[in-house]
Design a protein around this ligand. Structure first.
Ligand SMILES: Cc1ncc(COP(=O)(O)O)c(C=O)c1O
Length: 280
């Protein structure tokens, strides 16, 4: 684990050395928030938007606001030294030391920042739908909490089937999102993506793709779609901080000529606009 750089509450630590309390509420009950941002040529992308989303998750959990200054110190600390050519920057803020159950102590938050090299995204990938659902009415719907076990199970299911992602419907049977990506479908040249009330995460890449593609003249619609839209969509693509815009080459047994023309255009728009600044 030597290539993982870890900073916990002001101190750079070895990744294999325990640095968080065993009774930290993030450890015991998943009471915490996190963000993952891309590192490209040693530099983190869209940190301000990620910090804003962290604030929304902390507020949604009923936790006090995270200390942005501390997180930025941590980011500087883990990115100092040899530049990471491409990688994952992750920060996690938990409720701090707590009881073993779901109630909380009034504790100092735990701030953790990590950085690790990562392979650049593949050119395309297969996805599968999964038998489990996202609950758009859950208390944590749309929050990026450290309780990601549903995603761990679904991603393992996808990987066992040779796929890179697992697609969830919500309890209403609508297309929602993947374990760590948002999903877009192309129907008759128009790009559609589920709205935030589907229960999906407000992906930073999703919001930038919507903004930049609209600016570039691509018709983009946020609307509820049945899950079976995947059986008739002309093209499908995923977005995430690490994948950027990833063309989908197959959904379950349905294979696409990928990347399709609209996805290619969205990728080109992404490359052009994201190249204009590191903190859009
Ligand atoms: C559940 C979920 N949906 C969507 C995304 C994509 O969000 P972003 O573009 O901010 O990485 C993520 C990111 O990891 C995620 O965990």
């Amino acid at each position: 684990m030597t290539d993982i750089r870890v900073w916990v509450d002001g101190v750079l630590v070895d990744a294999d050395t325990p640095a968080v309390s065993a009774v930290d509420h993030g450890v015991t009950v998943g009471d915490g928030a996190f963000e993952t941002a891309k590192i490209d040529a040693g530099v983190p992308f869209a940190v301000t938007r990620h910090l804003r989303r962290l604030d929304r998750t902390m507020a949604g959990l009923g936790l006090p606001p995270a200390d942005h200054g501390r997180i930025r110190d941590g980011i500087r600390a883990v990115l100092d030294g040899d530049p990471i050519d491409f990688g994952r920057l992750r920060w996690t803020v938990t409720g701090g030391r707590g009881p073993l159950g779901s109630d909380r102590h009034d504790s100092d938050l735990t701030h953790i920042v990590t950085a690790v090299p990562h392979a650049r995204p593949e050119a395309q990938g297969r996805v599968v739908t999964v038998p489990w659902v996202r609950n758009e009415r859950a208390a944590t719907a749309g929050l990026k909490t450290t309780s990601y076990a549903d995603n761990v199970i679904a991603l393992a299911h996808a990987k066992e089937r040779g796929a890179v992602e697992a697609i969830f419907a919500n309890t209403r049977g609508e297309l929602c999102e993947a374990t760590g990506s948002n999903v877009f479908v192309v129907l008759d040249g128009v790009v559609h993506t589920p709205p935030l009330d589907s229960g999906c995460l407000a992906g930073i890449t999703r919001e930038l793709v919507l903004e930049w593609c609209r600016e570039d003249g691509i018709e983009m619609v946020e609307e509820a779609l049945p899950l079976d839209v995947l059986t008739r969509a002309d093209e499908v693509f995923l977005t995430s901080s690490i994948k950027d815009v990833l063309p989908v080459s197959a959904v379950d047994d349905r294979v696409f000529a990928s990347p399709g023309p609209v996805t290619s255009r969205a990728r080109e728009v992404w490359a052009r606009y994201s190249g204009q600044g590191i903190d859009p």
